[in-house]
Design a protein around this ligand. Structure first.
Ligand SMILES: C[S@@+](CC[C@H](N)C(=O)[O-])C[C@H]1O[C@@H](n2cnc3c(N)ncnc32)[C@H](O)[C@@H]1O
Length: 243
């Protein structure tokens, strides 16, 4: 298990919420059915992050909004789905655009070897704190742009991506990323809440050499949310999914 991030106060008792330097107060949010014993830290008031942004910092950050700070319905729904999946133990899983990593933590709870990736550096200490509180281990947290991932990232049996197709500019690089970083028999599980910009993804993915194996609705805690799971594999990949 990774140590408490520098500067973080330790979590002295279940229910107590530590503070992280430079971030607004956190809240612990349970996730999934109680028997799953899953939960995660989120920023209690994400608006406080927006208040800290001015036009200059927005432009300088490649127009990144602090979307990492929320638990999105897609992340929540994909995490539940991962909790119910069989055969994840020991598999190499990547949580792409992890934010606070609901789906990555769910995979870690299942015994997978989890790498988290996000271009925002802020979620790393939160996700490590969540893993520590859950008593699960994360193999690696990579702060990187999925358009320019590190050369040593490797390939994965399962890539999880919840709500990563929310901007038009995301489809091409996400498809290209999957075409490189999915293992030969690997799968990508993308959870989409009906984003307008996700509509082009199937065509973009096909051009990148990916095949859509299945689409299915995911169960959401929020009855208003409608999240769809897309299962992608590499064209010519093994017929049976690795997980
Ligand atoms: C809508 S949030 C979803 C977060 C998390 N998957 C969930 O469902 O709760 C999208 C995430 O993708 C990350 N992201 C967006 N563009 C990215 C890029 N080019 N490279 C890496 N991460 C990116 C954001 O920082 C954010 O954490």
């Amino acid at each position: 298990m990774k140590p408490t991030p520098p500067g973080a106060q330790p979590d002295p008792a279940p229910g107590a919420v530590p503070r992280l330097p430079g971030l607004p107060p956190l809240a612990w949010q349970p996730l999934g059915p109680p028997q799953a014993r899953l939960g995660l830290y989120v920023v209690d008031d994400p608006d406080a992050l927006l208040d800290g942004m001015d036009d200059a910092s927005f432009q300088a950050s490649d127009e990144r909004m602090p979307y990492w700070a929320l638990l999105w319905p897609s992340g929540e729904a994909l995490a539940r789905h991962v909790l119910e999946a069989r055969g994840l133990s020991g598999t190499r899983v990547l949580d792409l655009g992890c934010g606070v990593a609901p789906e990555g933590l769910a995979a870690a709870r299942q015994g997978a070897r989890v790498t988290c990736l996000d271009w925002a550096p802020e979620p790393e200490p939160l996700v490590r704190l969540s893993a520590e509180r859950l008593g699960v281990s994360l193999e690696r947290f990579v702060v990187a742009d999925w358009r320019t991932p590190p050369a040593d990232l490797g390939t994965f049996d399962l890539v999880l991506g919840a709500d990563v197709l929310y901007e038009a500019r995301n489809a091409e690089p996400v498809a290209a990323f999957l075409a490189v970083h999915l293992a030969h028999s690997g799968e990508a599980w993308l959870a989409d809440p009906g984003r307008l910009h996700a509509r082009d993804f199937p065509a973009v993915a096909a051009r990148a050499g990916l095949v859509l194996r299945e689409r299915q609705p995911l169960l959401c805690a929020d009855p208003e949310a409608q999240v769809t799971l897309w299962r992608y594999a590499r064209a010519g990949g093994a017929a049976a999914p690795a997980v």
